[in-house]
Ligand binder design. Structure first.
Ligand code: PLP
Length: 400
């Protein structure tokens, strides 16, 4: 009889997994499912980055590297932060991890003691609360309101900070709602943060390049001189360069935290895969990297505007216009209480299950993001699929 560790009980089973597993099974069975579940660009990794990986393999870059990563990659990341984000990190302030997710997990492990509070703003990315629990922390959720575009007010933040608060997690542009704070809105939050010099900010900036309507992206740590030493800035190649499967993430921050993360990593995974490291440098330094992300951003903006308009036209559906990332997050709660076949729709999970079952459209319920009234639709899919899926959604709602 195998007894599992208590910590496994801490991690919630993902309720959204059931819906995506069902969608996959239906696809395998030959059913024409329209998938709005994707959390990754539908674009391929640009050819010049793939070529750099082939070269790395041919050159024999297949052995261990130093724990943070190769010096070339650390230098390229530091230069990116300096040039693009106005963040004066030096190579010693940088480390990498197996995707943004792994960087965040290692950082929580590096700074949290049992009982430390972490402020999350809802709707939030599904992995934050689980990672916090695994690292011994306690989640404090500050509720974003749809009428404020899901953005919290400085007062809400001030009210949530207690002597036990250790970390504030910011994610702008955001998964799952696509909302993004303007520089002025972020500055107003920064003014609250600087009153608490022991508070550490985790600024998850992985969607920085995917912003719309001319929104200006600013890195949180630039908003006040004090914040540079109070903030960890997270980024990755996953969304920017359509490299989700490569698992290249990175973090910039004060050296003691970066050293602590490296200590953990040296005993966990050692370092990220050796032959992804030079391609990761090339992605950051070759001008074609910028060209490819610009083209992807322009396409996402078109699709996002179109999807949002179609959602806003649906009766009794309300949806904040996404300012970044590649998600729309409509409120479908007006339809709760209706029945499809034998299924009663009571929340976003049952709504998503019924939509998939009867109209073969896969969406992600917002429950794991703290909103059981909303569903997430990714527009990282073709315009044709967007129209097909939204025609089906409109028909589903009509029949409810
Ligand atoms: C807000 C947010 N942070 C971090 C991640 C993790 O990214 P990665 O795939 O690089 O681990 C994701 C992935 O979906 C995300 O949406």
């Amino acid at each position: 009889m195998i007894h599992l560790a208590n910590r496994i009980q801490l991690v919630s089973e993902s309720i959204t997994l059931a819906v995506s597993a069902k969608a996959n099974a239906m696809k395998k069975a030959g059913i024409d499912v329209v998938g709005f579940g994707a959390g990754e660009p539908d674009f391929d990794t640009p050819a010049f980055i793939k070529d750099a990986a082939k070269l790395a393999l041919d050159k024999g870059q297949t052995k261990y590297t130093p724990t943070p990563c190769l010096p070339d990659l650390k230098a390229a990341i530091a230069k990116k932060f300096n040039d693009e984000n106005n963040l004066p990190y030096k190579p010693e302030n940088i480390t990498t991890g197996a995707g943004g997710k792994h960087c965040l997990y290692m950082a929580f492990m590096a700074v949290l003691n049992p009982g430390d509070e972490v402020i999350l703003l809802s709707p939030y990315w599904v992995s934050y609360p689980e990672q916090v629990k695994l690292a011994g922390g306690v989640n404090k959720i500050v509720q974003g309101e749809q009428r404020n575009g899901f953005k919290i007010t400085p007062q809400q933040l001030a009210d949530a900070i207690t002597p036990k608060t250790k970390v504030l997690v910011l994610n702008s542009p955001s998964n799952p709602a696509g909302h993004a704070y303007t520089p002025a809105e972020l500055k107003a939050l920064a003014d609250v943060v600087v009153k608490h010099p022991n508070l550490i900010v985790f600024s998850d900036e992985i969607y920085e390049k995917l912003v719309y309507d001319g929104l200006q992206f600013v890195s949180f740590a630039t908003l006040h001189p004090q914040l540079f030493d109070q903030t960890l800035t997270f980024n990755c190649h996953s969304k920017t360069f359509a490299m989700t499967g490569w698992r290249v993430g990175y973090v910039g921050g004060p050296k003691p935290v970066i050293d602590a993360i490296n200590k953990l990593q040296s005993q966990m995974t050692s370092h990220i895969t050796s032959f992804t490291q030079m391609p990761a440098v090339v992605a950051l330094t070759d001008p074609r990297g910028k060209e490819s992300v610009d083209a992807m951003r322009a396409e996402f903006e078109k699709r996002g505007r179109h999807m949002h308009q179609r959602l806003a036209d649906l009766p009794n559906v309300t949806c904040v216009k996404p300012q970044g990332a590649f998600y729309c997050f409509p409120n479908v709660s007006a339809y709760f209480g209706r029945t499809v076949g034998t299924t009663q729709i009571t929340d976003a999970v049952s709504f998503s299950a019924a939509l998939l079952e009867s109209h073969h459209v896969a969406v992600v319920p917002g429950n794991d993001s703290g909103f059981d009234t909303h569903v997430r639709l990714s527009f990282a899919t073709s315009m044709q699929q967007i129209d097909k899926g939204l025609d089906r959604l409109a028909d589903f709602l009509k029949k409810l």
